[in-house]
Ligand binder design. Structure first.
Ligand code: NAD
Length: 249
């Protein structure tokens, strides 16, 4: 028996990086997994790669109609939801002096608005005792040059977990946060750095991690599995840093 046997799980942004690694682990542990992503071709490839009981639903988390479509599909196929990993997010570099309205709206639109409505619209389907995991970041605590807007979105995510833990207590729904440190995923190809800048950035960040390296997406997936499963049955409202010790020292 897997740790998630018989469970129905939704993972947003499940076609890449941390979401994909978590989808694979959830499927291996017996869950039926619904993954979302914006691009159909990448989603189809991820569904084939994940294996097990997996369904792909194309959609943008910042588009409320797409979220309605996602949960309509979950309702039709499964009638309920036991685990929600609100993982989809973007990170783009922009120092304070260069922040544009477009950068602000896009980052908050996906990372904050998208995440809020991902959870809100799941509420009618979530079972009593369900587990909701929100993907934040060490950036919710640490200041990194150029990532002010991103960091603010991740601090908002951490804040939501406190309020929603209080609001959903009557239904015993546990809301927790996972906050990764630097993890080797395609996100670093999208932040707007040249190859040389990316290498310097990566070396600089690794120096700030006591374990001295980037993490692997599988190392985040294991933490999300803990928060999703009954292994964490008395854990609610926490922010679990999986960061090689970065925030602790
Ligand atoms: P990634 O780029 O590999 O994956 C991001 C996923 O989110 C992709 O599947 C992408 O399609 C999806 N996504 C982005 N915008 C979306 C939208 N509008 N609608 C639907 N899906 C959307 O990067 P990742 O590193 O796996 O990032 C996953 C999460 O982890 C993000 O929330 C990110 O902020 C967080 N995180 C990552 C790191 C890291 O170092 N990689 C560190 C801390 C937090």
């Amino acid at each position: 028996m897997g740790k998630l046997s018989g469970k129905i799980a939704v993972i947003t942004g499940g076609n890449s990086g941390i979401g994909l690694a978590t989808a694979k682990l959830f499927a291996k542990e017996g869950a039926t997994v619904v993954v979302t992503g914006r691009r159909q071709a990448e989603l189809d490839a991820a569904v084939a790669e994940i294996g097990g009981n997996v369904v792909g639903v194309q959609g943008d988390v910042s588009n409320l109609a797409d979220l309605d479509k996602l949960y309509a599909e979950v309702k039709t196929q499964f009638g309920r939801l036991d685990i929600l990993f609100a993982n989809a997010g973007i990170s783009e570099l922009s120092p304070l002096g260069a922040v544009t309205e477009e950068h602000f709206d896009k980052t908050f639109g996906i990372n904050v608005k998208g995440l809020l409505f991902t959870v809100q619209k799941a509420l009618p389907l979530l079972t009593d005792g369900a587990s909701v995991i929100l993907n934040s970041s060490v950036a919710n605590t640490v200041g990194f040059e150029g990532f002010g807007v991103y960091a603010a979105t991740k601090a908002a995510v951490r804040s939501f977990a406190r309020t929603w833990t209080a609001e959903l207590k009557a239904r015993r729904i546990r809301v927790n946060v996972v906050s990764p440190g630097p993890i080797e995923t395609p996100i670093f190809d999208k932040i707007g750095l040249s190859v040389e800048q990316k290498e310097a950035f990566a070396a600089n960040i690794s120096n700030q991690v006591p374990l001295g390296r980037f993490g692997h997406p599988d190392e985040i997936a294991q933490a999300v599995l803990f928060l999703a499963s009954s292994d964490s049955s008395y854990v609610a409202g926490v922010d679990l840093y999986v960061d090689g010790g970065m925030v602790a020292v």
